[in-house]
Design a protein around this ligand. Structure first.
Ligand code: BMA
Length: 300
């Protein structure tokens, strides 16, 4: 199985939401209580973002909370780090807890925020787990060598590469290591960032990443995959040389930010298939289907 963009894309637009928003996009994705669950970024009319929960039995038809699920105002003690909005959640299930890592925006610029929930009703917000500027953070779904691990993209001094670090408790981080950098002169020339939670496979941890390249007056966002060593996740075992998800359809080319496909989450299915939830042009939510084996074959 190669990769198939669903024929009814986009599956979610702002018209599905019962209150006024500018756009809905970049969802984190996970299975919860046998339902597909997305935490979607909603850009509010004032241009600041919040998160909205959507659930579905089939992965295509979603129902939505009737008001924003998680807002900057919910962040109380940490409000000054998120008051320009919260964006682009990745969701990792570890044990019976779901961890959300997302971007908090403020005058300090992007930082990574951590929150946790067991039921997607009550959330414990831990606040920033990075300094600025940092975004595109994802957590591994289990401990490795006795530690939690995260992947993120610090961008101080114009860095554009992905790093990995570890923690005994998800709050205190260290052991920082460089993980991967853009390959110069290719589709990912300008910067890269994680675009999903890593999935454990027999060949290694499989993760989506996005690559960016300025092209004329536009900036193109495309998606590839990387395979990391199971025991030493700072070792890249393989990586796609070409993007396999690119903005080539109208709903990916035309929108608030043209020529963008961007993902924050995917859902593996029992038969080795995968649903990648992604957004076109920073405006909608789409799904593409592929298989773990196919993506691994592209990484080797
Ligand atoms: C990135 C993030 C994403 C966005 C993408 C394309 O830097 O801000 O939220 O989808 O740019 O505009």
């Amino acid at each position: 199985m190669e990769i198939i963009k669903y024929s009814q894309n986009p599956i979610i637009t702002k018209d599905h939401v019962s209150f006024r928003i500018n756009s809905i996009f970049n969802p984190g994705a996970v299975m919860h209580n046998n339902e597909y669950l997305l935490m979607c970024r909603i850009e509010m009319p004032n241009g600041r973002s919040a998160l909205l929960k959507a659930t579905s039995n089939d992965g295509y038809n979603f129902k939505f909370d009737v008001k924003p699920t998680l807002t900057p105002e919910d962040h109380k003690d940490y409000y000054e780090y998120v008051n320009w909005g919260i964006e682009d959640a990745r969701i990792t299930k570890n044990g019976n807890t779901y961890y959300l890592t997302y971007t908090g925006y403020s005058k300090y610029m992007p930082v990574v925020i951590l929150a946790e929930t067991k039921d997607f009703e009550n959330y414990k917000i831990h606040g920033p787990i990075s300094e600025p500027s940092n975004k595109d953070c994802t957590l591994f779904p289990e401990k490795i060598d006795g530690f939690f691990w995260k992947i993120d993209r610090p961008s101080a001094e114009k860095r554009n590469d992905i790093w990995i670090s570890k923690s005994p408790d998800l709050i205190h981080w260290g052991g920082y290591k460089f993980l991967m950098e853009p390959i110069a002169g290719t589709w990912e020339n300008d910067k890269i960032g994680s675009s999903s939670t890593p999935i454990k496979t027999k060949d290694g941890w499989l993760m989506l990443y996005h690559g960016v390249r300025g092209f004329g007056i536009s900036t193109l966002y495309k998606i590839g995959a990387v395979l990391l060593d199971l025991e030493k996740p700072w070792i890249v075992k393989g990586r796609t040389t070409e993007p396999f998800l690119i903005p080539d359809l109208d709903y990916e080319r035309i929108g608030d930010v043209p020529n963008v496909v961007f993902a924050c989450g995917w859902i593996p299915e029992p038969n080795g298939k995968l649903k990648i939830y992604y957004s076109g042009a920073d405006q909608n939510i789409c799904v593409a289907e592929t298989s773990i084996d196919y993506l691994i074959s592209l990484c080797k």
